[in-house]
Design a protein around this ligand. Structure first.
Ligand code: AMP
Length: 282
């Protein structure tokens, strides 16, 4: 695996592969890698002959007072995991490489950026869309893999690629969970033991919601009420939102049908966690 920091070295390595007719896969991350990230690398391997992974803690997607400064960082540990997972090139850009001096372009994706994370974290998706567009321009992948863990982000990236005609195949990776069901996240390390135990309520409430839909429930309001009540019964959980949305637009649905996502966000102490269930309802 080649570690690369500069745009020149990145472009050189990727151009060499492309010249040989290879297909380039890309997995953007913020590091502090866990098995969820590594599953995306393995998935990228199935869709491409070369896999590029970036680690970049993107300042523009963090709001004031968020955890940018204390976001977990472990580049050496990450590099070892990526080499073992079959990554060919690890891109570790500096802020100035992603945002050249004088950079004035910001990418705003309307539609799926609205509501939910877009409301709770103003400016977040503009930061995400801007960094993803920049990384796509640098790496120029044929295929990029994004986790369903961040379902709204996935919808934003799909809209970005469609609207800017980027000719990049977006492949979604299923959520990887801890043994007790908690969705893996670099932020789980912030949880104290009581919050860590309480956090499993997200997966339990989503599993119950999934079961209710499988048993025939089609009313999103009733489903969300039950889900919210289950989360409220956990004293350490503070629900921020729960809804049933169309997977592509992230707009709330009036009836549960088609490809839908049930996104939830809750705070456990000072730690915000996201989870969701994706359902295809005929
Ligand atoms: P991050 O490093 O948090 O920006 O995440 C990088 C990528 O990994 C994103 O596409 C996430 O959706 C994905 N990801 C994060 N956690 C998981 C997980 N538990 N399972 C699958 N993918 C994940």
């Amino acid at each position: 695996m080649i570690p690369v920091a500069s745009e020149r070295e990145l472009r050189h390595a990727v151009a060499k592969w492309r010249g040989r007719g290879e297909r380039i896969g890309f997995v953007p991350t913020m590091g502090a890698l866990h098995a969820g990230h590594l599953s995306l690398v393995e998935l990228a391997r199935k869709h491409a002959s070369r896999v590029v992974v970036s680690i970049f803690v993107n300042p523009t997607q963090f709001g004031p007072g968020e955890d940018f400064a204390r976001y977990p960082r472990d580049v050496d540990g990450d590099a070892a995991k990526l080499a073992a997972a079959g990554c060919d090139l690890l891109f570790l850009p500096e802020v100035e490489t992603i945002y050249p001096p004088g950079a004035t372009t910001r990418v705003r994706v309307e539609g799926p950026s609205r509501g939910f994370e877009g409301d709770c974290r103003p400016g977040h998706f503009e930061g995400v869309a801007t960094v993803v567009a920049g990384l796509f321009g640098l790496v120029r992948p044929d295929v990029a893999v994004f986790g369903e863990k961040d379902a709204q982000q996935l919808a934003v990236v799909r809209a970005l690629v469609r609207d800017l005609h980027l000719a990049i195949e977006i492949v979604p990776g299923p959520i990887v969970r801890e043994e007790d069901g908690l969705a893996m996240s670099s932020r789980n390390v912030y949880l104290g033991a009581p919050e860590r135990r309480a956090a499993t309520v997200l997966q339990r409430s989503l599993a119950a919601a999934r079961a209710a839909v499988e048993a025939g429930e089609r009313d999103p309001a009733r489903l969300v009420d039950r889900l919210a009540a289950q989360i409220a019964a956990e004293p350490l959980a503070h629900l921020e939102y729960a809804a049933v949305v169309a997977a592509d637009t992230f707009r709330p649905v009036e009836r549960i049908a088609g490809d839908v996502v049930i996104p939830v966000a809750a705070r456990f102490g000072s730690t915000r966690l996201l989870d969701n269930a994706r359902l295809r309802v005929e």
